[in-house]
Design a protein around this ligand. Structure first.
Ligand code: NZQ
Ligand code: ZN
Length: 393
């Protein structure tokens, strides 16, 4: 078991109608001039933005708003938010939406806290942040886990680079989680979210560096719960209990809990996916589903005990005659699960067919972002990354 440093400062307010407490929560957190940040139309259509504004008005909090964040959020919107935030002397950013909106809010918060510096430098990893304005969220989709994570993922639309910057400075002050708000999601987004939630735990589970039984137990319970609830929601999107289980899993899966005691995780699938998102603007969770089976087959011999444990404890397969056979049965069972919830198992099913030239470009960019190599289940070098992309075609 490795030493660890577990830090989760985010207050969670969970359950029905909790969004009505938002104004009071911001007041308590010291916010007085608030930027309400949101995405396309969903939060306006549902009336959520109006309810949030009323809650802030009732608490006597000044606010302005900026919508239009797109999935795989862009630098252009971040710059717009920073400019608006400077003009309006914003001291608190409230994200109303999912991972894309929260990440855009975090990037604006970094930009406003150090207004003379270029915020993209954080994502290019040429400097680290010294400050960040407080950020909080009202979550509308269970997926990215950004509501409690230290991570922020932004796409530079000029270069096609999708890059993450991780820093505890950006861990949100609070997260309002009303599972009912997620009931308007299209099934594709619900299921992509379930895949992403599982992947945040699986990235931490499939490692060769330091594991602890308690963490494994929490991870396996979380994965089994999400598998079960994803199937329930595929049949009945209005099932509140399943929505609630998945929403809580989204936060626990990416706030560090399912990685305590290991080497920090593998995270190769996320690195590989970020290139797919940057180049083809695909949905993050669905793209993870498209790459995982190929990654798993490519690396499983190098991390066999973990794949066997996963096959038996999570996918509930009968052990085969060898460990390798058991591991492969587990991977096949996972693919069956993806098919049951209409998620892709390769890039063609995802709707993209990269050329060899594009594969080499994704490989180059992935290796560059990773500093040459990535992974713990198996350390991947550029030739491995390219091989996995080709397997996933
Ligand atoms: O823009 P609107 O109209 O709101 O539509 C959104 C969007 O099209 C829609 N949506 C959200 N809530 C809804 C809803 N539609 C109907 N009803 C609702 N209640 O769903 C679509 C997807 O939203 P998005 O915020 O993009 O989803 P998600 O939470 O999956 O976020 C994905 C982004 O997060 C990044 C991903 O790379 C991607 O850019 N990630 C961030 C992480 C982090 N910061 O910790 C970790 C993750 O690994 C991930 O990389
Ligand atoms: Zn993810």
């Amino acid at each position: 078991m490795f030493n660890f440093n577990y830090y989760t400062p985010t207050r969670v307010i969970f359950g029905k109608e909790t969004e009505n407490q938002t104004g009071q929560l911001i007041k308590k957190a010291g916010g007085s001039r608030v930027l309400i940040h949101f995405g396309g139309q969903s939060a306006i259509r549902s009336g959520l933005i109006d309810r949030i504004k009323k809650s802030l008005d009732d608490a006597g909090i000044w606010h302005t708003e900026l919508g239009g964040v797109v999935p795989n959020p862009r630098m252009e919107k971040v710059q717009e938010g920073i400019a608006l935030g400077k003009d309006s002397r914003i001291d608190f950013i409230l994200a109303v939406g999912g991972g894309s909106v929260i990440d855009s809010a975090k990037a604006i918060a970094y930009g406003l806290a150090e207004p003379d510096l270029d915020v993209w430098e954080l994502f290019a990893h040429t400097r680290t942040a010294k400050a960040c304005l407080p950020v909080a969220s009202v979550l509308t989709i269970a997926a990215a886990g950004s509501e409690m994570s230290n991570s922020c993922v932004i796409t530079n639309e000029k270069t096609g680079e999708k890059r993450s910057y991780n820093d505890d400075l950006a861990r949100p002050v609070f997260a309002v989680m009303n599972p009912e708000l997620t009931m308007t999601l299209p099934d594709y987004q619900t299921q992509s979210g379930c895949v992403d939630i599982m992947m945040h735990t699986m990235e931490r589970y499939f490692t060769n560096g330091g594991n602890m039984d308690l963490t494994d137990g929490i991870a396996e319970a979380l994965l089994c719960t999400v598998i079960q609830c994803a199937k329930i929601l595929h049949a009945d999107p209005a099932d509140y209990e399943a929505r609630a289980e998945v929403m809580w899993a989204s936060s626990l899966s990416h706030n560090g809990l399912t990685g305590c005691g290991n080497d920090g995780g593998d995270f190769s699938c996320h690195m590989l996916e970020h290139e797919m998102g940057g180049m083809f603007d695909v949905t993050h969770g669905a793209a993870l589903a498209a790459i995982w089976p190929s990654w798993a087959r490519y690396v499983c011999k190098d991390c066999l005990p973990r794949f066997v444990k996963y096959a038996i404890n999570v996918m509930k397969v009968e052990p085969g005659s060898t460990d390798e056979e058991t591991a492969l049965k587990g991977i096949e069972a996972m693919e069956d699960f993806y098919r049951q919830i209409n998620m892709p198992t390769n890039m063609k099913e995802l709707g993209i067919e990269p050329t060899e030239e594009q594969i080499l470009e994704m490989t180059r960019s992935c290796a560059q972002a990773a500093g040459g190599k990535k992974g713990s289940a198996k350390v991947l070098y550029p030739e491995d990354m390219a091989a996995i992309y080709r397997m996933a075609l």
